[in-house]
Design a protein around this ligand. Structure first.
Ligand SMILES: *Cc1c(COP(=O)(O)O)cnc(C)c1O
Length: 225
């Protein structure tokens, strides 16, 4: 894990990598939102990231995020929090109080539940199981069109785009065809947001059209757990 001083430097380095990937693909760096993934990271380092200019944060567990945010109330009001992990319906109501955006809508059942329990319009992304891994959640690419049509009928949900987690690969180039396929799917569906790319592969994801990247280790260092 990094210390406070490392965080600012790491964020600057990530921003340079984003800018270079954008330059290579003829895109503006403004077209990519950097979400700092703070799972397992304590409030002090979250605060350091905020002070270094990070405005978007991602967490994969409702309870962890809730506990952390209890000591970050000042930051909470000025930042956007993204749920990026699998969400069980029994935690969905709490999640709505903790997060601004739910990136990990992976079933019609979850979408219905959130639609029914939300007291506001909730921005959401639909998670696509890009590589067809049985162990991972998300809609298979072939079912996403039908799911989108159904979810668009549900009140209080604002479907902004797609999110995908690609399997860890030794060479980020191996992820490129998967990123490309999901981008094509997103284009067909005509949605603005495309959340893909993590510490090891976000440059390739940007080259293939990611509008939002989720970066943990490159900012906060290796996770101990
Ligand atoms: C942990 C996590 C990330 C960040 O991964 P790093 O390799 O630490 O950058 C991104 N997306 C999801 C869904 C995650 O769970």
């Amino acid at each position: 894990m990094s210390n406070t001083a490392d965080i600012e430097r790491n964020i600057a380095a990530v921003r340079v990598r984003i800018a270079r990937a954008c330059e290579r693909s003829g895109r503006s760096p403004d077209s990519v939102t950097l979400v700092a993934v703070t799972k397992t990271v304590g409030p002090t380092l979250v605060r350091a990231a905020f002070e270094a200019g990070i405005g978007h944060f991602g967490e994969n567990r409702v309870q962890e995020a809730e506990e952390k945010l209890a000591s970050l109330r000042d930051i909470r009001a000025e930042s956007t929090w993204h749920m990026i992990g699998h969400l069980q319906t029994n935690k969905a109501k709490t999640a709505l109080g903790v997060f601004d955006i739910i990136q990990s809508i992976d079933s019609l059942k979850l979408a219905e539940f959130i639609s029914r329990s939300a007291g506001r319009t909730v921005p959401i992304l639909l998670e696509v199981n890009a590589a067809g891994e049985a162990t991972k959640g998300g809609f298979p690419p072939g079912e996403i069109g039908e799911a989108l049509a159904k979810i668009r009928e549900m009140p209080r949900l604002d479907v902004q785009g797609l999110m995908t987690i690609v399997p860890l690969v030794s060479d980020p180039e191996e992820a490129r065809p998967v990123f490309r396929r999901i981008r094509e799917l997103r284009d067909i569906l005509g949605l603005p947001v495309l959340s893909m790319g993590m510490s090891d592969d976000f440059e390739v994801a940007i080259e293939e059209g990611a509008t939002l990247i989720r970066v943990g280790r490159a900012i906060f260092g290796e996770r101990r757990v």
